[in-house]
Design a protein around this ligand. Sequence first.
Ligand code: NAD
Ligand code: MN
Length: 505
Amino acid sequence: MSTVHETKLDQLEMKRAVYQLLINGERIDGSAGETFKTYNPATGEVVAEVAKATKADADKAVEAARAAFEHGKWKMWPVGRRAQVLNKIASIMRSRFNEIVELEILDTGKSLAAAQGQVMQAIEDFEFYAGAIVGHRGTVNNVPGQFHNYTEKEPVGVCAQIIPWNYPLMMAAWKIAPAIAVGCSVVVKPATLTPLTAIILGEICLEAGVPAGVVNVIPGSGREVGNHLVEHEGVDKVAFTGSTPVGKDIMGRASQTLKRVTLELGGKSPNLVFEDADITAAVDGSLFGIFYNSGQSCEARSRLYVHEDIYDAFMEQFVAKAKRLVLGNPFDKGTHVGAIIDQGQVDVIDGYVQSAKADGAEILLGGKVAQVEGYEGGFWYEPTIIAGVTHEMKAVQEEIFGPVVVVMKFKDEKEAVRLANDTEFGLGSAVWTKDGARATRIANQIKAGIVMVNCPFSAFPGTPFGGYKQSGFGRELCIETLDLYTETKSILSYYGSRPLNPFGL
Ligand code: NAD
Ligand code: MN
């Protein structure tokens, strides 16, 4: 295994003395003159200094977004011209692919392979919406003769977009691309732990020809700046990805101004392995399903259910292969599992593992903070497999958001479906079986927004991503996302030769 490169920020063209806010097309400091630091979770070292947005800055960003929306040219342009700019954003990102990947790794501690895949998907998301927007249009509807009705899909207006730390650039792309494709203006609030690539993406949008004010990026505290955007009279829509408790809080506050809201929240996704599955494919896919991105994925397949007839055979391979997962230099091609975002998250993860132990569960692998040679200052957790659980346990019901999977047996389809649905969440799910009819039966019964059949991946640009139940609502990454950034206006007209006199006066 060779070290590809261990980058320092100093080597990147994307280095900034301070990563500033982007408001109305300008890079500016926060109005209070404050900054905060971001850290490399792999090493604990400071990566960069970032300007800290205040409520006054949020006001300024909303004002700029509003002016660009009401008086600017962006939404008035021919759709093909907006599409061209989206493609330009993608091509600039492609030309700086390695730098963006390196910056994302420094800010998140994720592995090279994960960062590369996510940056590529962010690029392809802009390309997808450049195409999708061209076919997005209203309808002509059947009405009585001498009437005519058509609908317009009008951009909803100013959108606040609040981003989590687990996929900083990809989540920013999922939100910015469809919003600006339809002609909205956005105020993006990245997570304070990982603001760097969203700031760079904002700069790239500007460089590609998105007019000033259409994309604004304001890193700052969720409770202060995020909240302020959610309550802001000048914001028409909030798109949020993050935890379920914060999502509930946002939905409540947004109701005061009846903002449009879409929420992509937590999950506790089931992974069902049937006795007729290709066991090796199921083992490999299930390992990826939980340990990818160090388990810090909303759709992580964190509840593994294995049919009793193959349980022993499956688990033998599953544990043996999990032992081969490499934690280490995130810049190394051979690293499978990167760092955990911060000490707080390590504590959360370990808290769940300790609670499972206290509840009588059995730790088959891991179960503790990882010691990674050369990365003693960073935040790491061992890939952890927990068996001997019951369904009431906290570790089985609550989202852990780390490299921890709980494993159970089931005896038939009925029990598998019951266990899979015994959760307040409904984001992802996976089914492993060679029987197509069974796969369809199970998929139809699972209450989740996403079902992966014999497939380790949850999404591509074009596939709807979002949840049932307390995993939120709205779908991202797909064509219907465009509808969620537009209002439907119905235009009904009368063209008969005789004037109508409905009151008969
Ligand atoms: P979080 O909810 O703490 O924070 C997410 C974002 O919201 C951050 O930018 C934060 O600053 C901001 N925020 C926090 N409190 C706020 C408030 N009161 N008002 C407005 N904004 C506020 O979540 P996190 O820890 O950053 O991310 C992890 C969570 O996100 C996990 O629970 C995970 O399941 C979820 N997630 C869901 C999806 C999905 O698509 N469903 C995707 C990724 C992550
Ligand atoms: Mn960071």
